[in-house]
Design a protein around this ligand. Structure first.
Ligand code: KG4
Ligand code: ZN
Length: 341
């Protein structure tokens, strides 16, 4: 089985070819850091235009890398949400056109499902159900992954996502954009105990997250310590929150044999190390995709497409792009939550 995957929901345009037996034949990516850097964050209109320019050559290049032609693919998978709607539309429309031209089915993939299933691309033994900490720039959720298309949300953030907190902290500390990797680099030279910062919601009964208060505390502390000490103290506070909340969720994740972390923040070594220790303390396997598969990419979309295609799940060409698309539609909105899924 050969699946072509497309991703364009935020600020990475990507195309990949993945096989049903977990081989990544091609994986191309065009970042937009240079375009967004002057603004200190992702500008949706600039992102959408950059996706338009990048997507065609990326698809052509991915097919060349894979040594196949479009007619060889069994299905075309494209992110159909959630994300910045202009960008999502670019990738989804491209996916529809390619599927139509090839006479092959379209698989409309939820970007979050791409992250959620990505660990199964590189770990053959990862079986359902597993407990997933999905930590990215737009989301911070604990999910029980029961199967393809079957997700039970145990917790979410009531305000900011963890990646968002990294990005805002980087901005406050003048570390530049994108923020997560910059904070991690700065933290290496800092003392994580130098600045006392809050750990919002830790110890509370429901395993939800909150990072707005932490971000505000960093803003107040700017100037009282070095950027390295602040970065290290902030990173440890985030790690402590993630570990405490995930520990709470483990008690509710009956049947899960593995703790999995995915999404852009899962590229952070301190986050990975702390969660690995937590998993082992609870006799759970720990699984984290390689860093390149944690941040946005098309291989995870192609793989989610492969899993859905294998399950007989394809989508009509009039499928619409969705700015919001919760993985667990039955999950209740949490108090204090914004409109995030
Ligand atoms: O999954 P992703 O690429 O895009 C979304 O779907 O949001 O995640 C991007 C987020 C950004 O907030 C970025 O700062 C964060 O992941 N990130 C990191 C690291 N690498 C990326 N955060 C902390 N440490 C990192 N090394
Ligand atoms: Zn993502």
């Amino acid at each position: 089985m050969l699946i072509l995957g497309l991703e364009s929901s935020c600020d990475e345009t990507a195309a990949a070819v993945v096989t049903g037996d977990r081989r990544v034949l091609a994986h191309r990516l065009a970042g937009q850091e240079a375009e967004h850097r002057p603004f200190g964050g992702v500008v949706p209109e600039i992102a959408a235009r950059a996706h338009v320019e990048a997507i065609g050559p990326l698809v052509t290049g991915a097919l060349v890398d894979a040594g196949i032609s479009l007619s060889d693919v069994d299905a075309v998978a494209a992110t159909a949400g959630p994300g910045l709607i202009g960008g999502v539309m670019v990738g989804l429309v491209a996916g529809k056109a390619l599927a139509h031209a090839a006479g092959k089915p379209l698989v409309a993939v939820n970007h979050l499902e791409g992250h959620a299933l990505s660990p199964r691309l590189t770990d053959v033994d990862l079986a359902f159900p597993y407990l997933l900490l999905l930590v990215s720039g737009g989301h911070c959720q604990l999910l029980l992954v029961e199967g393809v298309g079957a997700y039970r949300r145990l917790a979410t953030t009531i305000d900011d996502a963890a990646g968002e907190a990294f990005d805002k902290t980087a901005k406050l500390l003048g570390l530049g954009f994108p923020g997560g990797p910059a904070v991690e680099r700065a933290a290496r030279d800092g003392d994580p105990r130098a600045v006392a910062l809050p750990r919002p919601l830790t110890g509370s009964r429901e395993p939800h997250f909150s990072f707005a208060g932490l971000k505000a505390a960093v803003a107040r502390a700017v100037g009282t310590a070095s950027a390295a000490d602040l970065a290290a103290s902030f990173q440890l506070a985030v790690v402590d929150c993630l570990v405490d909340r995930t520990r709470r969720a483990i008690a509710r994740a009956g049947g899960a044999t593995a703790l999995v972390v995915a999404g852009g923040v899962a590229a952070n070594q301190a986050v990975r190390g702390a969660l690995e220790a937590l998993a082992h303390a609870h006799d759970l396997r720990f699984v984290a995709p390689p860093s390149w598969l944690c941040t946005d990419n098309a291989a995870m979309i192609a793989w989610a497409g492969a899993e859905r295609f294998a399950a007989g799940l394809t989508d009509p060409l009039d499928t619409v792009a969705r700015p919001r698309w919760p993985l667990d539609p039955s999950a209740e909105a949490v108090r204090g939550a914004g409109v995030k899924a």
